[in-house]
Design a protein. Structure first.
Ligand SMILES: Cc1ncc(C[n+]2csc(CCOP(=O)(O)OP(=O)(O)O)c2C)c(N)n1
Lengths: 260, 374
């Protein structure tokens, strides 16, 4: 074959919103997949140049290195408050927070709940990997019952440690939340659905329709002590039954235009 | 503009509005709440941002976000609320974005009470959060000064991209005084180059309050310390009264300094050569001027509405050149002019040449209610 008739159409490319760099994430980690999906959506919606990222404290504290948009790092758990401040003074910008489950479901519960209560016109991408990745695999509020972590060495015991916190269900019942969806990254089919939900969430914001959140079931091969493929199966067989997938709320309705 | 009878908290709020504040975020706490309430009406009227946050953690982080967008952002609170804001203040210092915080201090520790106090000197001046940073701390002694200082606070915050705090006690927040407001300033248009406005036609901006590599973080800290050194060199402010020939210097900030002014006048009438030194910037502390005054003064009396906080800085500045006595009231009680006068008289008697410095070690005769630390 000659060169001329091989290079015709590009079937896969790096989204413009994704930086030309390698990431620090562990092999097999799905943070990278989540990043790519968001970047593709920013490209498709043509909003990269007016998008502001609020990165959390957690493994994705470096997310600002991987997105070609303006970014700030919030204190642990406070991303929705920082995003609120940004959005209220820049209503023409697209503001999204990217948070882990320790960040969003533990230390930052008040901030996420009240951002939803106020119907802040922001988008939150919530990575649920059932552990605290960055600090070395401690128990998270989303850890499964019986799950062994570095801070629940005998397994999560409901009697003393409670059971998994379902944040998306909690947030879906808040009037101010417009779009809440839980998706998973464990298979190509689910990844496609996840991207659709992410796109929907950003569209809600673009249309000034209020608070949107997409929870993504994710993995942590390193701290789960599993091979990457094994970790994908674990999401499917263990996490999905506890955290059912689907749109938990889709109330694209008459939320007023937020901001100044 | 003519003088009006204005309540401290509301005057500060309106002065901030006129200084061009774009966004206010706060949480109710006495004796600061009128500021929040005033803003809840005024900011929407002007199409500016106002949010009653879910907590002081929320409020300070909203301020952080709005400041990252290059807007003039502020919050206000009182002592326990400011304790909650410390993590945010530290991030903001590391991010080098300008913000203004008004702390209308109340009694502590714990829930303490809602009465006026100066119990946050340590919290604001020495330890506003983790890591090596210091906010600029301005201490007004009247409603008028508070009005004037809020404009200054925003200007200093912008100039140095730093946290500026107005530190006042509940008395000034709650009292009404005749004062004059500045005219409405023309709002700044556009945003500074570092602000998050979208990476359109330029490389992306990042506001990143961490540096993972030791070398990088040390280099950042050195640069931050240089900035603080420049502030310390340039921005010292204080008020003096009859210090030229003073043998005894009374030092107090805010309300305590204002009451001490009356006591100093009373002492003068008795023939005691007393003078008043009132720091206006608590950081940077006017240490050089105090050290100069110590060349000639026989003794210092520090008056505070706490158990003795600023007195430590006065002692450092005086450097053992003269005795430094302390008089403090707590829990919402104010030091009264006659009480301060008694302490001045005592200081006068114990520091006359007949009583050389060495002979007056040990506590002053304890006066009822006073904390007296030596
Ligand atoms: C106030 C505060 N408390 C604790 C920490 C330590 N810390 C850093 S990341 C983290 C957990 C992050 O876990 P998660 O949000 O689940 O994100 P992941 O790392 O798994 O992506 C913790 C506890 C911190 N930086 N700040």
């Amino acid at each position: 074959m000659t060169l001329e008739n091989t290079i015709e159409t590009v079937v896969a490319d790096r989204p413009q919103a994704l930086s030309q760099t390698s990431t620090h994430y562990c092999p097999g980690c799905l943070h990278g997949v989540a990043h790519r999906l968001i970047a593709e959506v920013l490209d498709e919606l043509g909003i990269r140049e007016r998008t502001l990222l609020v990165a959390p404290v957690g493994c994705s504290v470096f997310a600002f290195n991987y997105f070609e948009c303006d970014a700030v790092v919030a204190p642990h758990g406070r991303a929705p408050a920082v995003a609120t401040g940004l959005k209220r003074v820049s209503p023409d910008k697209i503001v999204f927070a990217y948070q882990g489950d320790g960040d969003l479901a533990s230390i930052g519960t008040a901030e996420i709940i009240h951002a939803a209560v106020r119907g802040e016109n922001i988008t939150v991408i919530f990575i649920n990997n059932a552990v605290y990745g960055m600090t070395g695999g401690q128990m998270a509020p989303t850890s499964l019952v019986g799950m062994k972590t570095t801070s629940s060495p005998f397994g999560r015991d409901v009697k003393t440690m409670g059971s998994p916190l379902k944040m998306s269900e909690l947030i879906a019942q808040i009037d101010g939340a417009t779009f809440v969806s839980r998706r998973s990254l464990h298979s190509p089919a689910e990844i496609r659905k996840a991207k659709k939900a992410i796109r929907r969430a950003f569209e809600v914001q673009i249309n000034h329709q209020g608070f949107s959140l997409v929870e993504l079931l994710s993995n942590c091969p390193t701290n789960w002590d599993m091979k990457p493929l094994e970790s994908l199966r674990w999401i499917e067989t263990r996490m999905v039954p506890v955290f059912p997938l689907g749109d938990l709320k889709n109330a694209v309705a008459s939320h007023g235009i937020k901001g100044v | 503009m003519a003088k009006q009878l204005l309540k401290g908290n509301e005057a500060i709020a309106e002065a901030a509005v006129r200084a061009g504040v774009d966004a206010y975020f706060g949480y109710p706490i006495t004796p600061q709440t009128e500021l929040l309430e005033y803003m809840s009406k005024r900011m929407p009227e002007l199409g500016r941002a106002f949010v009653q946050a879910e907590s002081e953690l929320g409020a300070i982080n909203m301020v952080y976000g709005a400041a990252c967008a290059g807007k003039r952002a502020m919050t206000s609170s009182s002592s326990p609320g400011v304790s909650l804001m410390q993590e945010g203040l530290s991030y903001i210092a590391a991010a080098e974005v300008p913000i203004v915080l008004v702390d209308v201090m109340r009694g502590g520790p714990g829930l303490g009470n809602i009465a006026p106090s100066q119990s946050d000197y340590f919290q604001m001046v020495k330890s506003a959060g983790h890591g090596d940073f210091k906010p600029i701390v301005l201490a007004p002694a009247s409603v008028q000064e508070a009005i004037d200082m809020i404009g200054l606070a925003f200007d200093l915050a912008d100039k140095y991209r730093t946290v500026v705090t107005l530190l006042l006690d509940g008395t000034i927040g709650q009292m009404m005084e005749p004062a004059e407001l500045p005219p409405m300033s023309v709002k700044r248009s556009g945003a500074p180059g570092w602000a998050l406005t979208g990476a359109s036609g330029r490389p992306k901006n990042g506001i990143i309050p961490f540096r993972m590599q030791a070398d990088d973080l040390e280099a950042f800290n050195l640069q931050l310390q240089q900035k603080l050194a420049l502030i310390a060199h340039t921005e010292v402010r204080y008020h003096e009264q009859s210090v030229e020939d003073a043998e005894l210097i009374v030092v107090g900030f805010g309300t305590a300094g204002r009451i001490a002014q009356t006591a100093v006048k009373m002492a003068r009438r008795q023939g005691i050569k007393a003078g008043l030194f009132r720091p206006i910037t608590l950081w940077p502390f006017p240490e050089r001027r105090l050290s100069q005054l110590a060349d000639d003064a026989r003794g210092f009396l520090v008056v505070e509405m706490n158990a003795g906080q600023m007195v430590e800085d006065v002692r450092l500045a005086v450097g053992g050149q003269a005795p430094v006595k302390f008089l403090g009231r707590m829990g919402g009680s104010l030091p009264m002019p006659d009480e301060i006068l008694s302490a001045i008289v005592k200081l006068d008697q114990t520091t006359t040449p007949a009583h050389p410095v060495g002979a007056i070690e040990g506590p002053m005769t304890p006066l009822k209610h006073f904390v007296s630390i030596n």
